[in-house]
Every structure is written in structure tokens, then in C-alpha cells.
Design a binder for this molecule. Structure first.
Ligand SMILES: C[S@@+](CC[C@H](N)C(=O)[O-])C[C@H]1O[C@@H](n2cnc3c(N)ncnc32)[C@H](O)[C@@H]1O
Length: 270
């Protein structure tokens, strides 16, 4: 332990990042992760599609931020690098775009560092969303992001790993307070709203990973944006957030079990 975070890979329990990697077809997972993944998958047959819907939402949100002129991103809970990573999406549109990835999972961090070696405009931080000041201090020290300029803060599929006892709304308020006007916040978050029972049962299985998922209401998730301006179409089931084409929207967008939204920090008048 150097930074208060686990550096050893704990093979006695499944890891959320490695279970997620398995669902996305990655190679960075172990038997204990695959067993839990298969159990969750057998209970929620559309889980792989859900994971893809999450990545697709993130891609569309990052593109929207790039269109708005954002050229630096802080991606917290970034996970194990898979195809369509934020820096790939961002640097395809703007080769000078900078991305700092943050994750609590040592496997995710190690693989991110390996994948990004040689990409000078990206960095990786091993840190916990529950310590936002440490994330901000580490990203300042890294010198890649300039927090005096607008930044895109990305929290895709991660805030539901923070239980209410750790005051997620306060953590997000700390991150928002460090951002300059013109910054954006992207959040996607699992919900119990509009969900069938089998989805709720699968969620209970997450208690076996190092981090349990807390499902939240649309109102709670909307609250994470504070007083920032929520962009159209609001906090919606992920496929409904600015689909590339209307035909991309599933007949049951609620079946992916997560809301997504994007907000902008508008300079207060006066
Ligand atoms: C479901 S994955 C999402 C990956 C990526 N953001 C995406 O949308 O495709 C969630 C990630 O959040 C990380 N995570 C969970 N709790 C965290 C915390 N307290 N601080 C930082 N990362 C965390 C996990 O290790 C995992 O890699």
C-alpha cells in the first residue's frame, strides 16, 4: 500500500472491473470473476447488451462534449481499457485531446498504464472516487489537465458503487466545485425505476464483488448534477440520450437499467 489503496490483486473475491471486462469480451479476468459473471448473465440475459449500451452512451456524450469544444477529460471509474476508450473517441476528433483515467481497481490501473504507454496526452491515476480531493490533487500534480479551463468530468457506471453512507452527492459537489465554468459532467447510473424483478435480483449478486451496487431513482441521479444546467433530453434511459439515429433506440430502452445525463457549468449571472 502506497496510496492507501490495495495494490495486491485479491483473487479471493470477484472484482467489479474484471467482471465488467469479461462481459465486454476482454481478457483481463480470472475464474472467480467469470463464475460470478456467468451467474449474473444467466439471470439477466441482456446484460452484454446493457454493457454495450453504457459504452455507447459514454461515446455519444464524449462526442457531444468535443463538439462543445472540450479538449480535456477526467474519466473516473474508467475500468479496464476496452475498444472505444475515451481517449480513442476524443483523439479521433481532436488529436490534442487529453484524458486522465482514474480507477480504484489495481488490475484496471495496471492494464490502462500498459495500454497508454507512449501516449503522452493520457495519464492513469489509482484512486478512489470517495476521495475526490486526492483525485484532483493527483491530476493537478500530473500536469496533464488544466482545471482553470473547462473540463469534461466523466462518471460512467461508477457512482452506483458508492453507498449512501459515503455521501455520493457530496463527492460530486467537490468535483464540480473544482471545475471551471464551461465544464461538463457526464453521469450514467443504475436504477431500480422501471425494472423487472430479475434485474433487481441480479443487482443483489453484486454484493459478492468488492463493491456492491446501489440502485438509485432518477431524482437522486439528477441531484448529482447540482445546479449545473442539464442538457436536453435530460436524465433519461441511456439509449434515449441523443441516439445517433432514431432506429438505434431499443423498443424498451428501460431494459438497460440505467439513466444517463450530461450537464454544463454555466457561469452564474452577475
Ligand atoms: C462498470 S465499470 C465502468 C467502466 C467505464 N466507465 C464504462 O462506462 O465503460 C465501473 C468501474 O468503476 C470502478 N470503481 C468502482 N468503485 C470505484 C471507486 N470508489 N473509485 C474509483 N473507481 C471505482 C471499478 O473498478 C470499475 O472499473
Amino acid at each position: 500500500m502506497t496510496d492507501g489503496l490495495p495494490t495486491e490483486i485479491d483473487l479471493s473475491r470477484p472484482s467489479a472491473a474484471r467482471v465488467y471486462d469479461y462481459f465486454l469480451g476482454g481478457a483481463h479476468n480470472f475464474e472467480i470473476d467469470r463464475q460470478l459473471a456467468e451467474q449474473i448473465a444467466s439471470m439477466t440475459p441482456n446484460l452484454a447488451a446493457t454493457m454495450r449500451a453504457g459504452r455507447e452512451f459514454l461515446r455519444r456524450a464524449v462526442r457531444a462534449l468535443l463538439d462543445a469544444g472540450i479538449d480535456q477529460f477526467l474519466d473516473i471509474g474508467s475500468g479496464i481499457p476496452t475498444v472505444g476508450n475515451v481517449h480513442e473517441v476524443a483523439q479521433a476528433a481532436n488529436p490534442k485531446a487529453r484524458v486522465v483515467y482514474v480507477d480504484i481497481d489495481p488490475v484496471a490501473v495496471a492494464h490502462s498504464r500498459e495500454l497508454l504507454a507512449g501516449n503522452d496526452l493520457t495519464g492513469v491515476i489509482h484512486a478512489d472516487l470517495r476521495q475526490p480531493e486526492a483525485i484532483l490533487a493527483a491530476s493537478r500534480a500530473m500536469g496533464l489537465l488544466d482545471l482553470d479551463r473547462p473540463v469534461g468530468i466523466l462518471l460512467a457506471g461508477v457512482v452506483h458503487f458508492v453507498p449512501d453512507a459515503d455521501r455520493p452527492a457530496d463527492l460530486l459537489a467537490t468535483l464540480r466545485a473544482a471545475a471551471a465554468p464551461g465544464s461538463f459532467l457526464v453521469v450514467s447510473h443504475s436504477t431500480f425505476e422501471d425494472q423487472p424483478q430479475e434485474m433487481l435480483d441480479a443487482q443483489r449478486l453484486s454484493a459478492r464483488t468488492a463493491t456492491e451496487i446501489t440502485l438509485r431513482s432518477r431524482a437522486e441521479i439528477t441531484g448529482f448534477f447540482g445546479d449545473w444546467t442539464i442538457l436536453e433530453p435530460g436524465v433519461v434511459h441511456m439509449p434515449l440520450w441523443r441516439p445517433d439515429s432514431p432506429s438505434d433506440v431499443d423498443a424498451h430502452p428501460e431494459r438497460f437499467g440505467a439513466f444517463g445525463g450530461v450537464a454544463r457549468y454555466d457561469q452564474p449571472a452577475g
